[in-house]
Design a protein around this ligand. Sequence first.
Ligand code: NAD
Ligand code: MG
Ligand code: MG
Ligand code: MG
Ligand code: MG
Ligand code: MG
Length: 339
Amino acid sequence: MSKVLYEKDIQKEVLQSKKIAVVGYGSQGHAHALNLRESGYDVVIGLRPGKSQQKAEDDGFAVKPVAEAVSESDVVMVLLPDERQTTVYEESIKPNLKAGNAIAFAHGFNIHFSQIVPPSDVDVFMVAPKAPGHLVRRTYEEGGGVPSLYAVFQDVTGNAKEIALAYSQGIGSARAGVLETSFQEETETDLFGEQAVLCGGLTSLVKAGFETLTDAGYQPEVAYFECLHEMKLIVDLMYEGGIENVRYSISDTAQWGDFVSGKRVINDETKERMKEILSEVQSGEFAKGWILENQANRPQFNAINTRENNHQIEHVGRELRELMPFVKQPLQAKQKNEQ
Ligand code: NAD
Ligand code: MG
Ligand code: MG
Ligand code: MG
Ligand code: MG
Ligand code: MG
């Protein structure tokens, strides 16, 4: 087993004397900044003017232009959208990094695929929480934390690992477990996981089930409850106690159906496709496509997004959730920051 680190394994002093610039105040940015501050660290926010700036100021932070925040800090955590990091890095971060500073990321994409090449006289590390930013914040407030992976890409001070660990502690991850990885492993597994399982796999599974039922003439409302709404209950059980906890809780009929039918939906053919996806992630083919899509101003991304938001499952879902006030408003409506 890999060694998972907790509070007792981490020295905080190495980061306590330093100033941390959190660049970006979106999903991850607000969570890192608030958690770090409450853990006793010194934080300044680097942003351009806009909605996020107002939010960070309302939360009591000093908010400065990125260049200024970087020049007055020792550790710079880059929490901008991955596809914008290169530009902001070249314009505002790189010119203001000093020898012995550290630059950090929450995802390895730009370092691993060489979109950002840091100078050779700074530490480069990653702390990647394995959860959406809003959970990074919520679990911390509740006294818990989300697990994080950390990695060191470049260690010039001899302290890069200790700084990364203290940072992980500051955002609450040492309460849940901190595990060492490499930029390569984090980037490849993160991209694979979100494409094949967590995001692409899941949304496609839900939609395929919904369409199968509605095509067969069943009511869309019934199909929505069955294929989407109930998913949360199952996932909560899995999160709390693994797959065996799901099977403990469901009826034996459901469990028998799981055993005989699950592997007919997700089968050897599906695994072949997963291997293809993984090899496209490893070869850089996926990264290239996404970088070019952004350079072209996202024509495909936008077209697909519009079509997806018009899928029948979304229309039915919006109506049904109106009638279920206990189901929280979608995060995107309530908390999505300016992009
Ligand atoms: P986000 O889109 O939620 O927030 C981005 C922030 O950057 C916003 O505050 C925005 O105002 C600001 N910003 C955008 N362009 C800017 C510019 N030109 N200059 C200054 N500020 C600018 O981003 P996010 O989802 O928090 O992602 C940040 C990083 O965290 C990424 O590397 C991502 O891969 C990683 N990450 C995200 C999650 C997640 O849950 N969202 C999970 C793990 C890792
Ligand atoms: Mg996002
Ligand atoms: Mg991820
Ligand atoms: Mg990701
Ligand atoms: Mg059922
Ligand atoms: Mg059972």
